[in-house]
Design a binder for this molecule. Structure first.
Ligand SMILES: CCCCCCC/C=C/C(=O)SCCNC(=O)CCNC(=O)[C@H](O)C(C)(C)COP(=O)(O)OP(=O)(O)OC[C@H]1O[C@@H](n2cnc3c(N)ncnc32)[C@H](O)[C@@H]1OP(=O)(O)O
Ligand SMILES: NC(=O)C1=CN([C@@H]2O[C@H](COP(=O)(O)OP(=O)(O)OC[C@H]3O[C@@H](n4cnc5c(N)ncnc54)[C@H](OP(=O)(O)O)[C@@H]3O)[C@@H](O)[C@H]2O)C=CC1
Length: 284
């Protein structure tokens, strides 16, 4: 049995059907567990069955899973069709599946660049388009488009992460995609937003990258720590709930202030003997 939410009322999302891509691990799993705790029916997907099965085991009977590679059009279509067969509707799509490798721009090959943009930009588009055309745009019983919400994970800082030119470019594309669709698909009652995630201490984040960089990451966050997966999950739940109904076309940056960080503060050479930032003297 999944733990109750620490923030929201237990029936906040009762009756909703929510798809979470990449729901077998990290941020996606945290979101899936919180959404189930709030009464939603959740469907998770990813490439590997084992992590998905673990999420289902943790979440309980209101969570189902199916393997789907978001880069493959046929896979995506079959996944969305299956979800609709199981539940008859989809209310919210969380585009969380994604990732990249860290490498200097000059050493990224055309294939490497394509690999990352195909996953983060094309994959997000395929999922968004399939869910919108199969679940959100078709008319409901009242003859009107059913509508729905798309929440897509992107990346902070927005001025780009060195070593991640492919992902920085792809995530900028996703944010613009959400903004554009918030206008174009408003006529169907579809809300599209992005969550620009700062650095969260998920298992993959902690183990995939060079350890010196992982160790330094919290020091680049003005609030002085990495994000916690449940903090991401709470924002997803909020946006999926009626409280999120007037958000559309927004990028919500969730990063402890990292987007505005230009280096350590106080910077080297501008601290007093106690390490405090220097201050100019008042005019006499
Ligand atoms: C602390 C410092 C970093 C701060 C960053 C914080 C911001 C972001 C954090 C996170 O996102 S944490 C979560 C990350 N999670 C993931 O990345 C999960 C998904 N990732 C993957 O599946 C892979 O990493 C992938 C490379 C994105 C895709 O895997 P796939 O199996 O499709 O590709 P490959 O066959 O492995 O590679 C294809 C192609 O890509 C190039 N390439 C891959 N790895 C590297 C590398 N390490 N260096 C350079 N190039 C790489 C290469 O061209 C590969 O083709 P071949 O050379 O193998 O023919
Ligand atoms: N943690 C962090 O600090 C940050 C994370 N992000 C982004 O947030 C998201 C979640 O990150 P996090 O939980 O840390 O990382 P994880 O690597 O744990 O999550 C990525 C998930 O995406 C799934 N996935 C990857 N490729 C595909 C694919 N082609 N089709 C379907 N599913 C796929 C993976 O499952 P499988 O391998 O089984 O397919 C995995 O469950 C990612 O998009 C990440 O890049 C953004 C900023 C910072």
């Amino acid at each position: 049995m999944v733990a109750p939410s620490r923030i929201f009322a237990p029936d906040l999302l009762a009756g909703q059907v929510i798809v979470v891509s990449g729901g077998g691990t990290g941020l996606g799993r945290a979101a899936a567990l919180e959404l189930v705790a709030l009464g939603a029916e959740v469907v998770v997907c990813g490439r590997r069955p084992e992590p998905l099965e673990e999420t289902v085991a943790l979440a309980g009977e209101r969570c189902r899973a199916r393997v789907c590679d978001i880069r493959e059009e046929d896979d995506v279509a079959a996944f969305v069709d299956w979800t609709l067969e199981q539940h008859g509707r989809i209310d919210t799509l969380l585009n969380n599946a994604g990732g990249q490798f860290l490498a200097p721009a000059e050493s990224i090959t055309p294939k490497g660049f394509r690999t990352v943009t195909r996953l983060n930009l094309d994959g997000t588009w395929l999922m968004t388009h399939a869910v919108a055309t199969k679940a959100f745009i078709p008319a409901g019983e009242d003859g009107r488009a059913r509508g729905g919400k798309v929440i897509s994970v992107t990346l902070s800082p927005h001025n780009g992460l060195p070593g991640m030119v492919h992902s920085s470019a792809a995530r900028a594309g996703v944010e613009t995609m959400m903004a554009e669709l918030s206008t174009e698909w408003a006529r169907f009652g579809i809300r599209c937003n992005a969550i620009a995630a700062g650095q969260f201490g998920t298992e993959v984040f902690m183990t995939k990258y060079p350890q010196e960089m992982v160790a330094a990451a919290a020091g680049q966050v003005p609030l002085g720590r990495l994000g916690r997966p449940e903090e991401f999950a709470w924002l997803v739940a909020y946006l999926a709930s009626p409280a999120g109904d007037w958000f559309s076309g927004a990028t919500l940056t969730l990063d402890g202030g990292r987007d505005h960080h230009v280096g350590p503060w106080p910077i080297e050479g501008s601290r007093d003997a106690e390490g405090r930032p220097l201050q100019e003297a008042r005019r006499a």
